[in-house]
Structures are given as structure tokens and as C-alpha cells.
Design a protein around this ligand. Sequence first.
Ligand code: DGJ
Length: 329
Amino acid sequence: MPGTKHLLLILAVLCFFGKTQAQYIKGELNDINGRFVNAHGAGILFYNGIYYLFGEIKKGKTWLVPGQQWEDYRVPAGGVSCYSSSDLEHWKYLGIALAPSTGDSTKDLDTGRVIERPKVVYNYKTKKFVMWMHIDKKDYSYSQAGVAVSDKPEGPYQYIRSVRPNGQMARDMTVFKDSDGKAFLIYSSEDNNTMQVCLLSADYLSPTERYSRILVGRRREAPAMFKNGGKYYLITSSCTGWSPNAATYAVANGPMGPFREIGNPCQGPGAETTFDAQSTFVLPSKDEPDNYLFMADRWNKLDLPKSDYLWLPLTVDKGKVIIQQQTGD
Ligand code: DGJ
């Protein structure tokens, strides 16, 4: 029979694993009111001990844009949602962080256009929350990076404008904030052939003239960047529309590269399709330096609002990135 000391230890171990495992998801994610979390192509901001989740609101009927050479399935762009949590498990809906507009299809935020992959960073100097996102026309020919700003993490965000950084196309994107406070926009460019990394201005509201071309000619999208042991890691997917493919990761000594491609971080059955998902963000653990949360979307191209999620542990072991499904998955 275990003594009280042993029972307490067993309880502590169970609580620890229960807590760390609970944030992992394969499928639907519901908020604390039991409603489906509508936050696709998401990212997380950790601010003042709270996690803020931002993502695309996908609502309405999915339709196929005629005359395209690829499966251009679209759904009305519903703006950007925000949820908060203190444990990455219980999510509270805080509302629409960035509202779309209706009635003028020439406007960036019109529901008939594309608002994808929103990412928020906090600027300690200006005390503003800055959101970057992919803004496009339904045929993806506009290829611009949109920026919005707010005084509060949950918004409402005020839309400023969209740009092509240094005249370069910008589609799938993310923002990475380094430990020195510099922030970088990372985006699929040059017709998705090459990625670029652009240093943002000190207020994070504009691209600067400093940018680099990375993964040249490799046709990568869905970027997610993180830092470990002084190195910069970039996970990306291949370009296959809404269908999943194999992720790869690359490593560099600085956020602007040059990046060296390593290989697929996913291990085990399903690794060749990123376990039927596409990367969107990597969140560092606040306690464990080599542990991260890998976040990905499981797109349902025929019914995009029914797309759900895959959140898995990501670890870095002596420079090697590993993403594995949980036992029993
Ligand atoms: C893949 C991208 O990663 C998504 O964000 C979205 O743009 C789809 N392509 C559109 O097909």
C-alpha cells in the first residue's frame, strides 16, 4: 500500500500530465460555453499571464471560384476572432477582434475577399497590439499584407492599410518577435515560389527596406517561426491548396536567414501529411525551454467552417525538431 507521501506524488504526476496533455487537440475545439472555436490559421499572443488566440472566422457557405486552375474554395471572410485562456485548455470567446465590412468589394476587409492567418504581437515601446494578416482578392492575385492596431489585446483592432512589402507579393504569413524586441514579417512571395522575411519598423506598423529571400524556389507556405538555443527555426508546408502535405523545417542563425532545410519534423504514421494538417503557429512553453505547442489547421475544403484543429507537442532535442502524435491517437 503506498503511503500518504507516495499518494501525493502520484497525484502530482497525474495533475502535471493531465494539465500538459489537455491542451493537445485533434479535431474540434470548443470554448467554455460549448461553442466551436472559430479561429483558423490562428496564432497566440501571451500577454500578462493570459493566452490570447486569434484566428480567421469562417462562416457561411463554401463555394468554388470559377475559372481557376486550382481548387480555389472560398467562404465569406468573417474577420478575426479572439479567445482567451489561462491554461491553453479552457477558452473564453472575447468577440470579434477585427470586424469585416460589407457592401464594397473593393475594400480590404470586405466579406467577399480573403482575410487569412492573423498574428498579433505586442509593442512595448508604443504599448500597442499590432495584428498582421494576409489580405487578398478571391483569386489571390492581390497578395498583400494587412495591418491593424489596438490598445487592448482583444481589440477592437483598427485597420490601417495593406501593403506589398518593398513591392513584393505577400500571401501566407506570420510575424515573429525576437527577444530584442525586433519583429519580422515572414510571407510566401514571388507567386509562392520563394519566402521572404522583412524587418518591421520599430512601431511594427510598416515593413522596412530590410528584407531577405529565403527557401528560394522551394514553393513553401504556412510559415511558423520559433527560436531555440539561439537558433531560428521555420516550419512550412508545401503549396497544395487546402490539401495537406509534408511539413519541413529549416534552421538559421538569425531570423532573416540564410535558412538551411533539414526535413520533416513529424514522426510516425501520418507524418507525410503533417497528420492531415497544415502549420500555422508554434507557441513556446513558458516553463520548459525545449518544449513548444505546434498548432495546425485541418482544412475541410468542401465545408471550410467545419475545418478543425491539430495541436501537438513539439520538442527540440539537440537541434532536431520533433512533432509526434500523442499515444492512443
Ligand atoms: C493554403 C494556405 O495555407 C491557406 O491559408 C489558404 O490560403 C489556402 N491555401 C487557400 O487554398
